[in-house]
Design a protein around this ligand. Structure first.
Ligand code: MV4
Length: 516
C-alpha cells in the first residue's frame, strides 16, 4: 500500500480524499494556489506545497508543477479528485511516465470515452443500447437531413468532443437543421477546437440516471446501483439521490449489466460512472461515461455501505476487489444537496466573500462533506461549490425529513448560498411524488417566479424584510452571533417550523437572512 498520496485538487473533494488517506494510515500531500493558502484542505493535509497563481492554468491544471511536487514530496500516487486534471489523458500519461500511480483509469480508457463518437462506435460493437443516431461526425447538411428524416424529429446535434451541453442543439423541424448545424459546429470549434458534430434522436424530457461501477486491474467489475441526477440547472447538477425512485430491481440489474459491459468494452479500471438517458417508457440509453470519482459519490456510499475512495486507492495499489456482485446490497435512501456560494435572488450569480458565521448541521442520518470554515474567504477563482449536505434514511420520506431538518440548522453568514433553494425543492409536491425529469427544476423556478409576480402587489413587507436582514447581517458581523440570539434560535428551532409571528424580531431577522 502507498505510504503517501498527493491530492491534486482543492475544496471539499480534497478534504474527502485526505480523510480516506488518514483512515488508511497514508500521509496526504496537497497543493494550493496563492488564494488557497488558508483553505481547509491545506489545514488538514500532512504537507502542503504552493503551486502558483490563482488561475487554474497556472496552478491546479499545471501538470509539470504538480508532478514536481509529487517528486519533491516522494508521493507514490496522485488522486485527482473531480474536475481539473481528473479526466485529462495527458496527465494520466505524464504520471505513468514519472513513475507516479494515477488513481483512476488509464489514459487509453479516458481517450476511448473522451470522443463521444468513438465511444458510440465502441458501445455499438459491445451491444450497448444507444439513442438512435450516427456514430460518426456529419459530413454535410445533406447527410444530416437524410439521417434526421430517417430517425424523425426532434433531433439533437452534439459535439463529438462535448459533454455538459456545450455544442448541443435541439432541432424541432427540418427548416432549422442547417442553421443549427452551423451553430453547433462553430460552438464546438470554439469550445473544443474540434468541429465534429453528430446527430441523435432527441429524447423529450428525459431522466438522467447513472450507474456507479468499480473495476480492479484483474478484470473484475461490479456495479453499485444507480443515482438519479435529473435535478439540474444549465447542465449543473443541483440535487442527486440513490436509488432512483423509478428504477425497480429488474431495471437496476439490466442497467447494471449494461454498465459493466460498457466498462469491459473500454478496458476500464478504477471508479467510473456510466450515464444513461431514460425516456418516459423507462427505456434507457447509454449517454457517456465519466472516467472519475463524481461529486455525488456519497449517495452511493451511503446506500451500499462502501467507501469509494478507499476502494479507489486499493484498486490503484493493484489489489483485487474484496467482494463480488452478489455481495453488493442496497439499503435505505440518500439525497445530496450541492451547497454553492451563489445568490438565488441574482440569477444564481457566484457570491464569493468572507464567511462571518457558520452553523453546521449534523445529527441522525446527516453527512456533510465541506470545504469551508468560519472566517475563511471564498475565492472567486474556482467553482463555487462549498459543501455537500447528504441526508440518509430507511426510505425516501425519512431522507427528505432529515435533510429538511438539517437544512433548517444550516446557517452560512457573510455570503449568499443556495441553501434556501433546497428547502423549496424538498417541499415541492412534484418532487415529493418523485415526478422528476431534466426539466423539473426550470419548471419549478418558473412557477415560483409566476407566483411571486402575482403576490408582489399585495405584499408590501417584502422590501422591508430585506432591509431588516441587511441590518441583522451587519450586527452579526460587528457583534457576533450572541448579540442577535442566533445560537439560541438554532438550538430551539430543530423542528424547522415556519411560524414567523411567534419569534422575536431579532430571531425573525436572522431567519430572514437564513431563508432568503
Ligand atoms: C440528450 C437529451 C435528449 N436527447 N440527448 C445534455 C448534456 C449532455 N451530456 C447530454 N444532454 C442531453 N442529451 C438526446 N438524444 C437531453 C440532454 C439534456 C440533459 C441530459 C442530462 C442531464 C440534464 C440534461 C438537461 C438538458 C438536456
Amino acid at each position: 500500500m502507498f505510504k503517501k498520496i498527493l491530492i491534486a485538487n482543492r475544496g471539499e473533494i480534497a478534504v474527502r480524499v485526505i480523510r480516506a488517506c488518514h483512515e488508511m494510515g497514508i500521509a496526504a500531500v496537497v497543493v494550493y494556489s496563492d488564494v488557497d493558502r488558508a483553505a481547509l484542505h491545506v489545514r488538514k493535509a500532512d504537507e502542503a506545497y504552493p503551486i502558483g497563481a490563482p488561475a487554474a492554468a497556472e496552478s491546479y491544471l499545471n501538470i509539470q508543477k504538480i508532478l514536481d511536487v509529487a517528486k519533491k514530496s516522494s508521493a507514490e500516487a496522485i488522486h485527482p479528485g473531480y474536475g481539473f486534471l481528473s479526466e485529462n489523458p495527458r496527465f494520466a500519461r505524464a504520471c505513468a511516465a514519472a513513475g507516479v500511480k494515477f488513481i483512476g483509469p488509464t489514459a487509453a480508457a479516458m481517450e476511448a470515452m473522451g470522443s463521444k463518437t468513438r465511444a458510440r462506435q465502441a458501445m455499438e460493437r459491445a451491444g450497448v443500447p444507444l439513442v438512435p443516431g450516427t456514430s460518426r461526425g456529419l459530413q454535410s447538411i445533406e447527410e444530416a437531413e437524410q439521417v434526421a428524416a430517417g430517425i424523425g424529429y426532434p433531433v439533437m446535434l452534439k459535439a463529438a468532443a462535448g459533454g455538459g451541453g456545450k455544442g448541443m442543439r435541439l432541432v424541432h423541424v427540418p427548416d432549422e437543421l442547417r442553421s443549427s448545424l452551423e451553430a453547433a459546429r462553430s460552438e464546438a470549434e470554439r469550445s473544443f477546437g474540434d468541429s465534429e458534430v453528430y446527430i441523435e434522436k432527441a429524447i423529450v424530457n428525459p431522466r438522467h440516471i447513472e450507474v456507479q461501477v468499480l473495476a480492479d486491474e484483474h478484470g473484475n467489475i461490479v456495479y453499485l446501483g444507480e443515482r438519479e441526477c435529473s435535478l439540474q440547472r444549465r447542465h449543473q447538477k443541483v440535487l442527486e439521490e440513490a436509488p432512483s425512485p423509478i428504477v425497480d430491481p429488474d431495471m437496476r440489474r439490466r442497467m447494471g449489466e449494461v454498465a459493466v459491459r460498457v466498462a469491459q468494452a473500454a478496458d476500464y479500471t478504477n471508479a467510473g460512472t456510466v450515464e444513461f438517458l431514460v425516456d418516459q417508457q423507462k427505456n434507457f440509453y447509454f449517454l457517456e461515461m465519466n472516467t472519475r470519482l463524481q461529486v455525488e459519490h456519497p449517495v452511493t456510499e451511503l446506500t451500499t455501505g462502501l467507501d469509494l475512495v478507499h476502494l479507489q486507492i486499493h484498486i490503484a495499489a493493484g489489489e483485487k476487489l474484496p467482494f463480488q456482485q452478489g455481495d453488493v446490497f442496497l439499503r435505505g435512501h440518500a439525497i445530496e444537496c450541492r451547497i454553492y456560494a451563489e445568490d438565488p435572488d441574482n440569477n444564481y450569480f457566484p457570491s464569493p466573500g468572507r464567511i462571518t458565521l457558520l452553523l453546521s448541521p449534523s445529527g441522525p442520518g446527516i453527512r456533510r462533506d465541506s470545504g469551508m470554515y468560519e472566517g475563511w474567504t471564498v475565492p472567486m477563482d474556482y467553482d463555487p461549490l462549498l459543501a455537500k449536505l447528504i441526508g440518509y434514511g430507511t426510505d425516501r420520506e425519512q431522507a427528505i425529513a432529515r435533510l429538511t431538518r438539517a437544512l433548517n440548522e444550516y446557517f452560512v453568514g457573510g455570503i449568499k448560498t443556495n441553501i434556501s433553494l433546497f428547502r423549496r425543492i424538498l417541499r415541492d409536491p412534484e418532487f415529493r411524488a418523485a415526478r422528476l425529469d431534466t426539466g423539473f427544476l426550470d419548471r419549478m423556478l418558473k412557477q415560483e417566479e409566476h407566483r411571486k409576480s402575482e403576490t408582489r402587489a399585495v405584499s408590501p413587507s417584502e422590501s422591508g424584510a430585506a432591509e431588516v436582514a441587511a441590518i441583522a447581517a451587519g450586527m452579526f458581523a460587528v457583534l457576533g452571533p450572541s448579540a442577535a440570539g442566533v445560537g439560541e434560535r438554532v438550538a430551539s428551532n430543530g423542528s424547522g417550523g415556519s411560524d414567523a409571528q411567534s419569534v422575536s424580531k431579532w430571531r425573525s431577522s436572522g431567519r430572514s437572512e437564513a431563508t432568503q
